[in-house]
Design a binder for this molecule. Structure first.
Ligand code: SF4
Length: 229
């Protein structure tokens, strides 16, 4: 267990301990990583989940029943994503919280992708994490080359939280195996060629020979929404 003061004001003073914990947990199971973070941070820990698959929601709720799981609702999510999140809430008894942006009617996705993500993803996350000390994500090293050094635990200097990536070391095959072992349902759009699922204006299906995230902001010079900096 990290020997640190987990008050929000003093998190930044424990970088060495957080780094050591990440190394110690490198071989731990995703559930054990979340339990560790929850033992450390308690109600200060939150999980954000895109609900493009069921793995993170299952891992988190089986590790810590009742843990807060947040869907950042940009208001441009596919109807199937909302449906899937509610299905998983009922199936796994999730403590699901849906967080909406402050903006309501702007259509920045047509003219300014960065501004749109800033208003509909980054600001709500910032608002959520301003009251938290730990943030669990579904980021994996296998997602993209830019994520291939993702640590299990790190300090997010922008949001002043301990960022926990319990799936960091899982390959695509590991994810598929986990889904089969636990008989997890699949997002309905996967069957239609969507391998990475975000907002409907910025997501298209991909072919079997394409990178699985190439359907996000296709044709644009953009690979991240700004949540994971
Ligand atoms: S992914 Fe597209 S629609 Fe969604 S918040 Fe970002 S720019 Fe807007």
């Amino acid at each position: 267990m990290l020997d640190i003061d987990t008050s929000k004001e003093r998190l930044s003073q424990s970088l060495a301990q957080i780094h050591q914990a990440s190394k110690d947990l490198e071989e731990a199971s995703p559930q054990d990583i979340i339990r560790y973070a929850h033992d450390l941070l308690g109600e200060g820990l939150t999980v954000t989940c895109s609900f493009s698959d069921a793995v993170l929601a299952h891992v988190a709720s089986s590790a810590v029943p009742g843990i807060e799981i947040v869907l950042l609702d940009t208001q441009f999510l596919f109807a199937e994503t909302h449906w899937f999140a509610l299905e998983l809430r009922n199936k796994f008894n999730l403590n699901l919280r849906v967080l909406e942006p402050l903006v309501q009617s702007e259509n920045l996705w047509q003219t300014n992708l960065e501004g749109c993500c800033a208003a509909r993803k980054v600001e709500p996350l910032q608002r959520l994490l301003s009251e938290k000390t730990g943030w669990v994500t579904g980021v994996r090293r296998a997602d993209t080359p830019s994520r291939n050094t993702t640590p299990v635990i790190t300090y997010d200097i922008v949001r002043n939280v301990i960022k926990v990536n319990p799936l960091a070391a899982m390959s695509d095959d590991d994810i598929s195996l986990y889904e089969r072992i636990h008989e997890l349902p699949e997002h309905p759009l996967v069957d239609k060629g969507y391998s990475s699922i975000g907002c409907w204006p910025c997501t298209r299906p991909v072919g079997s020979d394409e990178d699985k995230r190439s359907g996000r902001w296709a044709g644009q010079d953009k690979i991240e929404c700004g949540l994971h900096v």
